[in-house]
Design a protein around this ligand. Sequence first.
Ligand code: COS
Length: 379
Amino acid sequence: MIDFELTEEQLALQETARKFAEKEMKPVAAKYDEGHEFPWDVMEKAFQAGFLNCTVPTEYGGGGLNALDTSIVSEELVMGCAGMFTTMMVNSLAFTPIILFGTHEQKQKHLTPFAEKPMLAAFALTEREAGSDAGRVQTTAEKVGSEYVINGSKCFISNGGVASLHVIFALTQKEKGTRGMSAFIVPADTPGIQIGKIEEKMGQRASNTAELFFDDVRIPQENLLAKEGLGFIVAMKTLDKARASVGAAGVGVARAAYEYCIEYTKTRKQFGKPISSFQHLAFKMADMATEINAARHLVWHAAWLLDNGKKASKESAMAKAYASDVAMKTTVDAVQILGGYGYMKDYPMEKLMRDAKLLQIYEGTNEIQRLVISHEILS
Ligand code: COS
């Protein structure tokens, strides 16, 4: 049976996230975007509201949200500010390898502290020469006695400069390629970790994106996730899950632009009548509404598969690619609908357009999503 009705709990979650976005994020979004400043005060409130560790299982102090719940919450939060949302979402991205592959002891030790105070986490996979080609990671982790010694660097790491905990992907057997990669839990205060350049981005400027350097970073062998050589699978299974959330973010960004256009076109008058009465604009908004609905259905279907333990690589990739493309198209059209006002910083549209662009790029470019989809449909 197919049921599109949300439960009482999901409706309450949706309402809480919507109010948080309206009250705590939206009013300060332009300030943090312009200042390129990290919104610690908003993150403290997000922690109090339970959004920083909402996907951590309840037995480790988190909110225990499943993928569908997370999609519902993500769609609302991103409407407040995509950059701030990314900071929160990346916590979930970094927790996922520990939730999926960690032992009880690892979860107890590394996830429980996130229930105690506002802290952030990062997922450190990307390197200069390993972006779309994630299997080309060069960072190494050498086993020395009962420790691993990590050397190398990472780039474009969301939360990289503000995280207390990193999940790092490194080669334990160089010659084995993707099968020689392993995943490690690395506290950010471990000696030898240095934060490099903090990137100046076009959009999502309230989020922190940093370079990381590892110089003889020693961690105990207990911090290895899963088994040696399984790091690439850990990364791919994590991304299968995370991409549905990026899809939800695409739906939210598109909705923010679309809802603004509905109000704007009903009040803005030209040629003596509201511009919503011009059919070319009304049809554009009809297309926006249709595409947003289609994107949400893809996201919820991917989330449903994930929640039911089914393989969802293809569906998560479809949801991520389609919804972020819809966000881009909708925000570009919305700028056009507002005309000169759309291009001005006094109106929210240009920020939404800049923010949307990153959704097509991070957590795997949309070209990579199409690669994943095409491999599955043609194999
Ligand atoms: N789940 C489980 N296993 C997976 C998997 C998945 N979703 N995707 C790949 N694998 C396995 C494959 O089955 C293969 O296993 P074997 O070695 O046993 O055959 C192994 O992983 C290697 O897979 P593949 O040959 O497909 O790897 P490629 O090097 O061709 O890369 C892509 C695959 C391009 C999909 C991957 O590199 C990717 O996702 N790149 C984008 C990275 C990204 O999203 N970066 C964003 C930054 S992190 S926020």
